[in-house]
Design a protein around this ligand. Structure first.
Ligand SMILES: Nc1ncnc2c1ncn2[C@@H]1O[C@H](COP(=O)(O)OP(=O)(O)O)[C@@H](O)[C@H]1O
Ligand SMILES: N[C@@H](CC(=O)OP(=O)(O)O)C(=O)O
Length: 824
């Protein structure tokens, strides 16, 4: 390094207090890879992350900027312009930064001359040459952090990380490191925490036990970060890179790959050993002994969620990701015994060469190694040094691996994997020693196709029957919300991906040929008026003033489709025969069609002819499984004698709350505001809403010919006219209920709106019941259904619970949808 920008060295510092003190600081280690440090914009983003997300005393580990290591390797291999490319790269980089660039460029020029000199003596100085990349990077970031008023100090990690012996490739000298770190944190025992800085460590480089500078293998800064985390007993280690964590496959190759939220240590270890750049081969090893928080995040995304590495598996028996390592060379050593084979494997590791899927075949006395092209020469030399004669059998091979906790114990995964391979000319299926990996070797030319095929097989679910939701009010919004929140669980339980084709309200409709849940912002636009829409979201949201969505749905006639009717609309209910005739399934929360015997009969017949389903469990009792209970009783040969109860959540709430203190009209307004009532509360007070439920349940129970005897919960005269005149009559309504309340009080009873269904008569009326009656003490809004049947005669079957409200209704609709998708 040049004199101007000195990497801090601690050789002469002396510690006077316990070297373990700095460990109590709860240091956080942050590693930034080359891709995060490749441009001036990116470097500025990194400075913002460091200023916002790190504290004094934290450690930043950096890789070489961009492709500098590759270019230094080019220089080693004799490419003429390599070093001048590095010079121009840095000139460009610093020109976009707010720092004193002359000093830094002078340092680069000086160092490049040293590198030129060292290149004449390759390969003896290769590691030293490569180490310049990380040193330049640490210096530049430190300088830049200064301009952010963020006190930082560049540190040469090779003064801290020293191997204990030549024969232990991942054993670092802890005592040596402890001494060095404790003097780095000198300010602590001077009692001056504020003098601490952020320490910007060079990744990738260390020393061997002879004090020779070594590198830790390509992408080795990840490993530097976890080793440092282990040595300083860090509170957390974060690896910042150019992708938002670990994905189901390399997102730069498989564009529909998805982020994996959690990976167990074993899974992360397996991924790192299979050559996915995102984690260097040895990164996880220190975390196996020193268990700390670890995650991988994107330095490109403001609020990166990333992937968390968990101590214990969150799930097991699933494929979490598929890795690929391309351009491998197969090197075979024949006539070798097991001991020599193990020695060679060990030496390969000690030389920081990553070998994959290596195996020793006892029956053939054969050792097979797969290494990257760039490590071929090195590997052959190691084998020859052991007096064996390797054969380079084949180049251009790819290793593709499935990774997931204990997947090898899941026979279904193994057979699915093997089945998919039948369509490809695979070289070899490889079963590594751990239980979390399944590998295949294949020629590079076929590898990407196989990767996509396997990714589709294990991660892309078949789409469900397309779903169209009509109604985006109270229930509709909640339904879409829970569909979205529970999408992953629903899809995994159905083994299908949800395909929400359209959502409509009376003004607009939104449509997506894939799934609207993946583009939920569009759904939010449904409430806007048409004119402001077209310019913003042309094509995605359209006017639905005249039910235009139905024109689009013509494409689906005689194909399967699920219509979810969450409206209270007569017009939509009258369209049911058309929907059923088109061969579409129905789910209704809208009670109109289900409570109209003639219409319901017509719809049921058409659905039966087309072998389609109608689920309508929320039309009576919201989420309470009353309809399915009736169905099950009948299926078991039972005979229903009567169904009685309080079927209106809103009236249950109103009469439960009404105690003569508050005006009835005020309670009614409160119920409306809480969406306990229908949009027009007269639907509840007239009994219309309960009558619909009575008719729906009577149909389910088989009481088709019963005589109807229904009384409203309020005088009919007060229910006539417009909605406005109804509210204008509030004082009369209040008087009416006040008088009624006095009567009830005199009798010492309670006022309840009770429905009773038998095969002869369906009744509904306000009744005065004893305080000990089973319908007397309900929770606010509860419905209660008492079923008397042949088997449940003296002791009726009682179902009780919230019978209204957006949450329970939307959840009930979701249950119907899942049942339908499972049955269809
Ligand atoms: N399963 C995976 N998930 C995420 N990224 C992956 C995966 N497999 C490979 N990668 C690749 O790893 C790259 C990040 O590693 P690398 O380029 O070495 O980053 P850095 O420069 O930050 O060390 C990503 O850009 C991506 O192409
Ligand atoms: N600069 C080294 C070490 C490293 O870890 O880099 P990155 O973090 O960019 O993968 C390399 O390119 O191998």
């Amino acid at each position: 390094m040049a004199e101007q920008v000195q990497i801090h060295s601690t050789k002469s510092s002396k510690c006077v207090v316990s070297p373990t003190d700095y460990k109590k600081l709860g240091i956080n280690v942050h590693k930034f890879g080359g891709s995060s440090l490749a441009s001036s914009e990116q470097l500025q983003k990194v400075c913002e992350i460091v200023t916002k997300q790190t504290r004094l005393g934290d450690i930043i580990v950096v890789s070489a900027n961009g492709n500098v290591t590759d270019t230094l390797l080019d220089a080693i291999h004799g490419r003429v312009n390599a070093l001048s490319d590095i010079k121009s790269f840095y000139e460009r980089l610093v020109s976009g930064l707010d720092i004193e660039s002359e000093n830094f460029i002078a340092l680069i020029n000086n160092d490049i001359e040293s590198v030129r000199e060292l290149c004449r003596h390759c390969p003896a100085h290769n590691d030293e040459i490569l180490s310049f990349g990380e040193k330049w990077s640490a210096n530049l970031l430190t300088e830049l952090l200064g301009s952010y008023q963020c006190a930082a100090q560049a540190v040469d990690a090779s003064n801290y990380l020293k191997l204990t012996s030549l024969h232990e490739y991942n054993q670092f000298d802890e005592q040596f490191a402890d001494d060095k770190f404790s003097s780095l944190y000198q300010a602590l025992w001077d009692g001056d925490k504020e003098r601490l800085k952020r320490y910007v460590f060079t990744g990738f480089i260390a020393r061997d036990n002879n004090d020779q500078l070594i590198t830790l293998g390509r992408n080795g800064s990840d490993y530097s970060a976890t080793i440092i985390a282990q040595l300083v007993k860090a509170k957390s280690v974060t690896i910042w890179t150019d992708v938002d964590g670990i994905f189901t496959a390399d997102p730069n190759i498989v564009h529909n790959a998805k982020r994996v939220e959690h990976l167990s240590l074993c899974e992360a270890q397996a991924i790192s050993e299979l050559g996915a750049n995102v984690l260097h081969q040895k990164t996880v090893t220190p975390l196996l002994t020193y268990k700390t928080e670890a995650c991988i995040k994107s330095s490109f995304i403001e609020e990166s969620s990333g992937t968390q590495i968990t101590q214990h598996p969150v799930s097991s028996g699933h494929v979490k990701t598929i890795t690929i390592k391309q351009s491998l060379t197969r090197i075979v050593v024949n006539n070798i015994n097991e001991l020599s084979a193990r020695t060679i494997q060990q030496r390969v590791l000690l030389n920081q060469v990553a070998s994959y899927a290596s195996n020793f075949d006892r029956t053939l006395d054969r050792l097979t190694l797969y290494v990257a092209e760039c490590d071929r020469f090195n590997t052959i030399s190691i084998i020859q040094a052991a007096q064996y004669y390797p054969v380079v059998e084949k180049n251009n091979l790819s290793l593709i691996s499935l990774v997931g906790q204990s997947i090898r114990q899941n026979q279904k995964i193994i057979s699915k994997f093997v089945n998919r391979l039948e369509r490809f000319a695979v070289e070899e299926i490889h079963y590594p020693a751990n239980a979390h990996t399944l590998c295949v070797l294949i020629e590079d030319t076929q590898a990407i196709n196989l990767l996509h095929d396997l990714h589709d097989t294990f991660f892309v679910l078949e789409p469900s029957i397309p779903i169209v939701v009509l109604g985006y009010g109270n229930i509709g919004k909640q339904f879409i919300r829970i569909l979205q929140d529970n999408k992953a669980e629903i899809e995994s339980s159905l083994n299908k991906s949800l395909s929400l084709l359209g959502v409509a309200n009376s003004r607009n409709y939104a449509l997506s040929r894939s799934c609207l849940l993946d583009n939920a912002d569009v759904i939010d636009l449904l409430d806007q008026d048409g004119s402001s829409l077209n310019s913003v979201h042309e094509g995605a949201v359209n006017s639905n003033q005249r039910n235009e969505i139905l024109n689009v749905l013509k494409d689906y006639v005689h194909k399967e489709l699920v219509i979810v009717d969450l409206t209270a609309s007569n017009d939509i209910a009258n369209l049911y025969p058309i929907f059923a005739g088109n061969g579409w399934h129905l789910i209704s929360a809208n009670k109109i069609a289900a409570s109209n015997h003639e219409l319901a009969g017509q719809v049921e017949k058409l659905l039966q002819d087309n072998k389609r389903y109608w689920f309508k469990n929320t039309t009576a009792g919201a989420g309470i499984p009353i309809q399915s209970s009736i169905k099950k009783l009948k299926e078991s040969g039972d005979k229903i004698i009567s169904i009685s109860g309080i079927f209106s959540g809103s009236l249950s709430w109103l009469f439960g709350q009404f105690n003569g203190q508050q005006k009835f009209s005020e309670l009614l307004l409160e119920a409306k505001a809480n969406a306990f009532t229908e949009p027009d509360p007269r639907e509840d007070l007239s009994g219309n809403d309960v009558i619909r439920k009575i008719r729906i349940l009577a149909r389910d129970a088989g009481f088709i010919d019963a005589v109807e005897n229904f009384e409203p919960a309020l005088d009919e005269a007060l229910l006539e006219g417009s909605l406005q005149s109804f509210w204008d009559n509030s004082s009369k309504i209040d008087e009416h209920y006040e008088t009624l309340y006095q009567q009830v009080q005199k009798q010492g009873g309670l006022l309840r709106y009770i429905a009773t269904l038998t095969k002869d008569e369906l009744t509904l009326k306000l009744e005065i019941i004893e305080p000990s009656h089973p319908f007397a003490n309900l929770n606010p809004c509860d419905n209660v259904f008492a079923i008397r049947s042949q088997w449940y005669n003296d002791n009726p079957l009682i179902l009780q619970g919230p019978g209204a409200g957006r949450e329970v209704t939307a959840a009930g609709v979701l249950n119907d949808l899942c049942d339908l998708l499972r049955s269809a």
